[in-house]
Design a protein around this ligand. Structure first.
Ligand code: CAA
Ligand code: NAP
Length: 246
């Protein structure tokens, strides 16, 4: 197995931490970004106690200049980035008739704008080296829509449009580009949904429970694998059976 350099955006969050740890267990060198240095250092220290050494670099993925500086800092610490996981994301849930421009823009810029902001400074190196793995973390709600999430569903659906275009443009450079679309996973993001609303959502999941971050990380590791050479432009839904559209 070849050791690669992986950048996981939003690596300090629920799903991001599981992805960082899984990629590290697969033998890769892993970095993530942060906005709050104190919080990120505490996270890094906690991971170290569990035996994981992660690089961290400052960067708001919604800001193109900050994202580029973050990429350059990771390259300085670990070397060229071979695996990029666009995972950082937020929600600003509210029905559309109550949504303000800030709630729309924050979600679009963070969840979709970040794909441009972070991938753009990484792609040239991957093309020059003729190898790369890019995975977008989209959502079940990008596939099916969700009451209260016009902003989020639009951004998450857009992420897969990004995937399938990049997949076509970069196939001849040995770069695969895929999407993972998780259903409801028990992280802070989902725990912020009011309990009564959440209970109704869980009742719609055939497998009868929220997902675990490790169950998403496993799929990311699959797409990042050397042997996944011929898988590109795919969208893998991992949602306990809540949405089975294709
Ligand atoms: N289907 C149909 N009607 C619904 C509904 C649904 N899914 N959800 C709410 N409603 C109805 C309510 O019953 C209520 O109806 P009445 O007015 O007739 O009583 C009405 O909508 C309430 O509408 P409001 O505009 O007043 O909404 P609100 O301000 O109370 O907030 C909400 C509504 C923000 C959408 C809230 O229901 C909510 O948080 N829903 C969960 C949204 C969600 O799933 N977010 C996912 C977060 S996690 C994540 O994003 C990760 C991931 O990718 C899966
Ligand atoms: P989370 O625990 O809230 O973590 C989100 C991470 O993104 C945090 O590390 C956060 O950093 C980072 N982040 C947010 N905005 C950022 C910005 N502007 N710049 C840099 N980093 C930023 O959420 P999660 O549940 O792990 O979600 C991870 C991804 O999976 C998201 O894209 C989410 O939409 C997607 N997803 C989640 C679920 C689910 O059920 N949980 C389902 C489908 C898809 P800070 O600490 O600085 O805020």
């Amino acid at each position: 197995m070849t050791t690669r350099v992986a950048l996981v955006t939003g690596g300090t969050g629920g799903i991001g931490t599981a992805i960082c740890r899984h990629l590290a267990k697969l033998g890769h060198k892993v970095a993530t970004n942060y906005r709050d240095e104190t919080k990120a250092r505490a996270w890094q220290e906690a991971q170290r106690k569990d035996g994981f050494e992660f690089a961290i670099a400052p960067g708001d993925v919604a800001d193109a200049a900050a994202a580029e500086a973050m990429v350059r800092e990771v390259e300085k610490q670990l070397g060229p980035i071979d695996i990029l996981i666009n995972n950082a994301g937020i929600t600003r849930d509210t029905t559309f008739h109550k949504m303000n421009a800030l709630q729309w823009q924050e979600v679009i810029n963070t969840n979709l704008g970040s794909c441009f902001n972070v991938t753009r400074p990484v792609i040239d190196g991957m093309r020059n080296r003729k190898w790369g793995r890019i995975v977008q973390i989209s959502s079940i709600n990008g596939q099916k829509g969700q009451y209260g999430q016009a902003n989020y569903a639009a951004a998450k659906a857009g992420m897969h449009g990004f995937t399938i275009s990049l997949a076509q443009e970069n196939a001849k450079f040995g770069i695969t580009v895929n999407t993972v679309s998780p259903g409801y996973v028990g992280t802070d993001m989902v725990m912020a949904v009011p309990e009564d609303v959440r209970a109704k959502i869980v009742a719609q999941i055939p497998l009868g429970r929220l997902g675990e971050p490790d169950e998403i990380a496993y799929a990311v590791g699959f797409f990042a694998d050397e042997r996944a050479n011929w898988i590109t432009g795919a969208n893998l839904a991992i949602n306990g059976g809540q949405y089975m559209g294709w």
